[in-house]
Write a protein that binds this ligand. Structure first.
Ligand SMILES: [Zn+2]
Ligand SMILES: [Zn+2]
Length: 161
C-alpha cells in the first residue's frame, strides 16, 4: 500500500541534524532523537503518539515520552513528518523521501489508503489563487468504508437472509 519513494540526497538523520544546527539557537542531535528518527523512518507507516510509544517499548528503545512529543513537533517543523487530523486522532506520516498524497480512511477498520491525484492538487491551487489566498498546505481526508469492509458487510447480509 506504500507509494513509490521519492529520491532524496540526504538521509532523514542528516536532514534532521541540519535542521537542528540551523536553528536560531542551534540544538544538539541527541542519541534519543537519533533512535527515534531511525525507528520512524525504518518503514513507511501512519502512527499516532500512543502507537509510537508502544512500539518503542516493544523494541526496548529508551526514549522518554517528553522527548517523543518534542521530537515529533520538530520533525514536523523540519519537513520530515506531516501531521494529519483524522477525526479525534492525530497521525504522523512521512513527508521526506515520500510523495505528496491524500488519504481515504475507513471508519470500520481504521485503514488508511493512500492515493495521489494531480487533478485535486491543481483544483486546490486554483481555488486558493481565486481567493488570493497564500496556501501553506492542505490535507484531504476522505471518510467512508473500505472495499474489504463493504464486501464483509455484504457477505454478512447474504448469510442472514
Ligand atoms: Zn475497512
Ligand atoms: Zn499517508
Amino acid at each position: 500500500m506504500s507509494l513509490p519513494a521519492v529520491a532524496v540526497s540526504q538521509t532523514p538523520e542528516e536532514r534532521f541534524r541540519e535542521y537542528l544546527i540551523s536553528r536560531p539557537k542551534p540544538q544538539r542531535f541527541t542519541d534519543q532523537q537519533r533512535e527515534l528518527v531511525r525507528h520512524i523512518f525504518a518503514k513507511h507507516s501512519h502512527f499516532d503518539t500512543d502507537e509510537l510509544l508502544a512500539e518503542l517499548r516493544e523494541t526496548n528503545r529508551r526514549v522518554s515520552r517528553a522527548t517523543v512529543y518534542r521530537t515529533l513537533a520538530k520533525l514536523v517543523d523540519a519537513g520530515l513528518l506531516r501531521r494529519i487530523e483524522i477525526g479525534p486522532r492525530t497521525v504522523y506520516d512521512h513527508d521526506y523521501g515520500y510523495p505528496w498524497h491524500e488519504h481515504l480512511v475507513c471508519k470500520e477498520c481504521g485503514k488508511l489508503i493512500e492515493f495521489t491525484d494531480s487533478g485535486i492538487a491543481a483544483a486546490v491551487k486554483a481555488v486558493a489563487a481565486a481567493h488570493r489566498f497564500q496556501m501553506a498546505g492542505y490535507d484531504l481526508v476522505v471518510k467512508g468504508t473500505c472495499g474489504e469492509c463493504n464486501a464483509a458487510a455484504a457477505a454478512k447480509r447474504r448469510y442472514v437472509m
